[in-house]
Structure formats: C-alpha cells, structure tokens
Ligand binder design. Structure first.
Ligand SMILES: NC(=O)c1ccc[n+]([C@@H]2O[C@H](COP(=O)([O-])OP(=O)(O)OC[C@H]3O[C@@H](n4cnc5c(N)ncnc54)[C@H](O)[C@@H]3O)[C@@H](O)[C@H]2O)c1
Length: 257
C-alpha cells in the first residue's frame, strides 16, 4: 500500500494505459482522479474500477488550460490534495508527412504537448502551495526519439514532451517535486489496434522488439507506479522506456509466429 493517503490525477484515464495506471494506484491504496474527453467511457470506467470514495471522474480536454486547472482544483476539492499528476492523454493520427494539415498539427500538439505542459503547470502550482513536494509523470513514447514519418506529428509532440519533463524537473526540484517521463514501446491498447491492425504492420514492430511481443498496459502502469513511489526518490528529469528492448536494438530479429 505504497500510495495509501495519496491522491493521483491521471489524464486519458478512461481506457488503455491510463485506466491500467488508475487500477494500479487504487490497488496500492491511493485515491484516484481520472480525466478524459470521452465522458461516457470515463464514467463507466470510474464505476468499474472503484467507488465514489476512491475514484473521481472529471470530463476534461487537456488541451484547454481552464479545464486542466479545473481538473486539479476538483482533485484538491474532493480528496484534499494532489500528490501525483500523470499526463497520459494522447492522440496519434497516422498519415503521410505531406498530408498533415495545420489543423491536425495544432490538435496533436495541443493534446500531447500543450496538454502535458498545462498539466505540469497546474499540478506544480498546487503541489508548491501544499509545500510537501510531489511527482509529475509525462507519458511519452519511444517515438519521442525514433523517426516514423507516418506518425510525424505524434513523434514531434513526444520529443517536445521529453523537454517538458527535463525543464520542469529542474524548475521544480527546489520544491521537492520530481518530474519524470515514461516512454512505452508498442502496448496492446485501442490506440494501437486502430493504427496497426494489419499483420504486416505488426510484424514490422515485432521484428524490432527483442522480447518478441507487445507490451501490456499493466507493464507500463508498473513503471509509472515505481517512478511515483519513494523507491524512485532520486530520479528526476529522466524518461524510462518500457519497450521490450526496441530502442537499443541495432538490427531486426526473426518474428516468432
Ligand atoms: N499504446 C501504445 O503503444 C503507446 C506507446 C507509447 C506511448 N503511448 C502513450 O500512452 C498514452 C495512452 O495511450 P493508450 O495506448 O492508452 O491510448 P488510448 O487511445 O487507449 O487512450 C487514450 C485516452 O486519452 C483520451 N484523450 C484523447 N484526447 C484527449 C484530450 N484532449 N483530453 C483528455 N483525454 C483525451 C482518449 O479519450 C483515451 O481515453 C498516450 O499518451 C500515448 O501516446 C502509448
């Protein structure tokens, strides 16, 4: 029960990695606030994973500063404090580089990059006011440092997000606030099912994954929980990559059928 008495805010918490992260924190004693633009799914998830005493659902578009500020305020109002902010909401449109319109570019940056920036600001302000430190975790991706032109806007936004993590870590270190990133490889969630349903696409991923399989949302949630815990008390500004060995591989491996 490492998070007993702690309050965790998770954006994009209606499904996938965000939902698995919420379940993980609940299992370790935390109270959890999940936020998402998908109101129906968000409320259904809140009812499935906890009770009104342990889970609060706040419909939020993370690209909107007022809504992000209201989310953190709702967490403090409902549960009295905020200890961990997980900026997890994200979108990943798949398209050719030259097909990216200015509107698409702005939307992806708004959700993935500005959303993490606004979440970091809002959480840090509340944590500084509390005066007891805290942890902010940004959900990055291996695509933050690898080039896949079919998801150029996504990769660009996650590269920028790593600098949100770095700069905020230095900015808030004097307040005892740690800021870390988690950069998953390919995890079996909706975002992936939508983009990579073709076997050829899946093989391209597995041929570059030494562990030979996709990751599970729970395996990312475990890394988030570690970074949020006191076991990671001397880690800040770093992005950790649960990716099955994909980032460090310098050749392809046979796909296990
Ligand atoms: N699944 C992967 O392989 C993978 C790999 C690397 C990084 N990630 C990152 O992990 C995070 C979660 O991904 P996932 O696989 O669980 O995706 P997902 O699509 O299953 O879930 C993302 C959630 O974010 C929500 N969301 C989208 N836009 C939002 C907005 N403007 N405001 C609030 N919520 C919004 C969606 O409604 C959805 O519930 C994302 O940031 C993604 O980039 C995922």
């Amino acid at each position: 029960m490492r998070f007993s008495g702690k309050v965790i805010v998770i954006t994009g918490g209606a499904q996938g990695i965000g939902r698995a992260t919420a379940v993980r924190f609940l299992s370790e004693g935390a109270k959890v606030v999940i936020a998402d633009v998908n109101a129906d799914r968000l409320h259904a998830t809140a009812a499935e994973i906890g009770t009104p005493e342990t889970v609060l659902a706040v419909v939020t578009d993370v690209a909107d500063k007022d809504q992000v500020d209201a989310l953190v305020a709702a967490a403090v109002s409902a549960f009295g404090r905020i200890d961990v902010m997980v900026n997890n909401a994200g979108i990943a449109p798949v398209m050719d580089f030259l097909d990216v319109s200015p509107d698409t570019f702005d939307r992806v940056m708004g959700v993935n990059l500005k959303g993490a920036f606004l979440g970091t600001q809002a959480a840090a302000r509340a944590m500084i006011a509390q005066g007891e430190g805290g942890v902010i975790i940004n959900m990055s991706s291996i695509n933050s440092g690898l080039a896949n032109p079919n998801v150029a806007t996504y990769a660009i936004s996650k590269g920028g997000m790593n600098q949100v993590t770095s700069t905020a870590a230095v900015a808030f270190a004097p307040h005892g606030i740690r800021v870390c990133g988690v950069g998953p490889g390919t995890i079996a969630t909706e975002i992936i099912k939508g983009a990579f349903t073709e076997r050829a696409g899946m093989n391209a991923i597995l041929a570059r994954t030494p562990l030979g399989r996709l990751g599970e949302p729970e395996e990312v949630a475990g890394v988030v929980a570690f970074l949020a815990s006191d076991d990671a008390s001397y880690i800040t500004g770093e992005t950790i990559y649960p990716d099955g060995g994909r980032r460090i591989l310098n050749y392809t491996v046979p796909v296990r059928e």
